[in-house]
Design a protein around this ligand. Structure first.
Ligand code: FES
Length: 123
């Protein structure tokens, strides 16, 4: 199992133990972390954009498709990845994954029943 810490722009931290072979998006969805997925995880948007704050070197290299989609993202950084394209490898140190603002906004659009939480936190 690999320890993954998701941190969202509201400051909520979700710590999980994940099975290698799953994508960051699948893991986030299984554990309620607010990582958006407008295209359903098929590398056709950039709404699962996240920042790998720790463990980037342990992750598989980015494919061309992911790089092309990331170009459509906002505030892309050298440690940006698309959560639906990153499979957690077997030998992986603990990861720290920061969810981008564009991703959490997509998540709220997909979960309007939680929108009141966002308004309360002023995000
Ligand atoms: Fe659309 Fe990842 S969910 S690219």
């Amino acid at each position: 199992m690999v320890k993954i810490t998701f941190i969202d722009p509201e400051g909520t931290t979700t710590v999980v133990e994940a099975k290698p072979g799953q994508t960051l998006l699948e893991i986030a969805e299984d554990h309620g972390a607010k990582l958006g997925s407008a295209c359903g995880g098929v590398c056709a948007c950039s709404s699962c954009h996240c920042y790998i704050r720790q463990g980037l070197d342990d992750l598989p290299e980015m494919e061309d498709d992911e790089e092309d989609r990331l170009d459509m993202g906002f505030d892309v950084r050298p440690y940006s990845r698309l959560g639906c394209q990153v499979k957690v490898p077997e030998d992986c140190e603990p990861l720290v994954v920061e969810i981008s603002q564009e991703s959490i906004e997509t998540w709220y659009n997909e979960h309007p029943e939680h929108r009141h939480e966002q308004q309360k936190k002023g995000a």
